[in-house]
Design a protein around this ligand. Structure first.
Ligand code: RFL
Ligand code: PHB
Length: 410
């Protein structure tokens, strides 16, 4: 058994874990990242595509925005297609100039991994039998890699190990409450090297079900279809996928759609899930380890980023200012923002998807709500200000050092 020590043990090297590592490194706080998958697997995962302005700002503060500035596509609006008509939601106009940026989670992950490598920071990939111990008092993490056993002693554990991770699962049942809603459908996603059907994302509500036209660049597109949870990917040939997408689009988009060979095809289940609280003594949960949103609101990655903003502020305040205020308030602050994003994601999912079980009355009411939202300035503003991301303050290292967190209003 090899014994190791560090200040913060980070479990999981998804965007949450990697971003926390980078922010702690910048503040001179030691940490180790422990990841169960290989570096290649982590770098190849295809997931989210939309960054809120606050997430872009946080990546800039972490010093990992060089590629993001070069290749990210700022978007001022989105389109919503319903009943064969497209409505533009002018995000920038409705939110005093705010935008979202199209930049793949895969790229965010790679940028963070490169920064980590360049700084020579310690990551244990392909870690097996990862276990966390005694996190109320004196935390340790044990794991194995290449047949070698390790025991890592630390001040804190950051559980950034996603929905299926070991950290949340290690909390005794009577200390944790979970809230969950599973939807009876999933998203079938296809990535293809074809130009996007439109300059902006199109969210499609149709009688045949929801669809989303998104992109990664001017030459790479990402499309999604609502499919029943029981569907399997091998039932969906490329041809079937493109035909069904065409059936859900309007005439103009159908004509503009360029189809091609899929580079990746997968089905993601849709779920709303929240854990309360998000801190258990010296264990913090962050990102998908603590909450899941259905992707309709494009909020999952952005919520992981806001958790990490709060957590990095709290840890920096602890180590540099000797204050526990950020730590004490971590869970409450995160959950306040989490529940608002949960509400928005749930609302967008209900509004835009087809539910087999809904009555004709419910369906009519939903159509009326969508039509109200899209035709009223107040409705559009509600959608826009949630979509671009509810604001929170990102503190620089100097600001945290200069004024203890107990002086900062969130
Ligand atoms: P991740 O990315 O799941 O990373 C967790 C990491 O922990 C590792 N791990 C372990 N490591 C050690 N020991 C263990 N026992 C471990 N168990 C697990 C895993 O291997 C992994 O590397 O969580 P994180 O960092 O919290 O990041 C969250 C985001 O990945 C997620 O919320 C988003 O992808 C959600 N999401 C979207 N979010 C957005 O903000 N905008 C979007 O446009 C958006 N689109 C999406 C999405 C998610 C989707 N899927 C696949 C569900 C679109 C889709 C289709
Ligand atoms: C994506 O491009 O993967 C994407 C975009 C917007 C969403 C969900 C996923 O709401």
């Amino acid at each position: 058994m090899e014994n190791l020590t560090t200040q913060v043990a980070i479990i999981g090297s998804g965007p949450a874990g990697l971003l926390l590592g980078q922010l702690l490194f910048k503040a001179g706080i030691s940490h180790v990242v422990i990841e169960q998958r290989s570096a290649e697997y982590v770098a190849a995962r295809i997931r989210a595509g939309i960054l809120e302005q606050v997430s872009v700002d946080l990546l800039a503060q972490a010093g990992v925005d060089e590629n993001l500035k070069k290749f990210g596509l700022p978007h001022d609006g989105i389109e919503i297609l319903t009943n064969g008509l497209k409505y533009r939601v002018n995000l920038a106009e409705l939110t005093q100039g705010k935008q979202v940026t199209v930049y793949g989670q895969t790229e965010v992950t790679k940028d963070l991994m490169h920064a980590r490598e360049a700084a020579g920071l310690c990551t244990y990939y392909e870690a097996e039998h990862v276990q966390i111990h005694d996190f109320e008092e004196s935390p340790t993490v044990t794991f194995q890699q290449n047949g070698q056993s390790y025991r890592l002693q630390c001040d804190f554990i950051a559980g950034c190990d996603g929905y299926h991770g070991v950290c949340r699962a290690s909390v005794p049942q009577d200390k944790i409450k979970t809230f969950e809603k599973l939807y009876p459908f999933g998203w079938l996603g296809v990535l293809a090297d074809v130009p996007p059907v439109s300059n902006e994302l199109i969210y499609v509500q149709s009688e045949r079900g929801f669809a989303l036209c998104s992109m990664r660049s001017q030459t790479r597109s990402r499309y999604y279809l609502q499919v029943p949870s029981s569907d399997r990917v091998d039932e969906w040939t490329d041809e079937r996928f493109w035909n069904e997408l065409k059936n859900r689009l309007d005439d103009e988009s159908r004509e503009n759609l360029v189809t091609g060979v899929s580079l990746e095809k997968s089905i993601a289940p849709l779920r709303s899930f929240v854990t309360e609280p998000m801190r258990f003594g010296k264990l913090f949960l962050a990102g998908d380890a603590a909450h899941i949103v259905p992707p309709t609101g494009a909020k999952g990655l952005n919520l992981a980023a806001s958790d990490i903003a709060y957590l990095s502020h709290a840890l920096i305040d602890f180590y540099l200012n000797d204050s526990e205020k950020g730590i004490q308030e971590y869970s409450e602050k995160c959950l306040k923002r989490v529940w608002k994003a949960e509400r928005f994601s749930w609302w967008m999912t209900h509004l835009l998807h087809r539910f087999e079980t809904e009555s004709e009355f419910d369906h009519k009411i939903k159509q009326a709500e969508l039509s109200y939202i899209l035709e009223s300035n107040a409705g559009l503003t509600t959608l826009a200000e949630n979509y671009v991301g509810l604001p929170y303050e990102i503190k620089t290292l100097n600001e945290i050092q200069g004024s203890r967190l107990d002086m900062i209003e969130y």
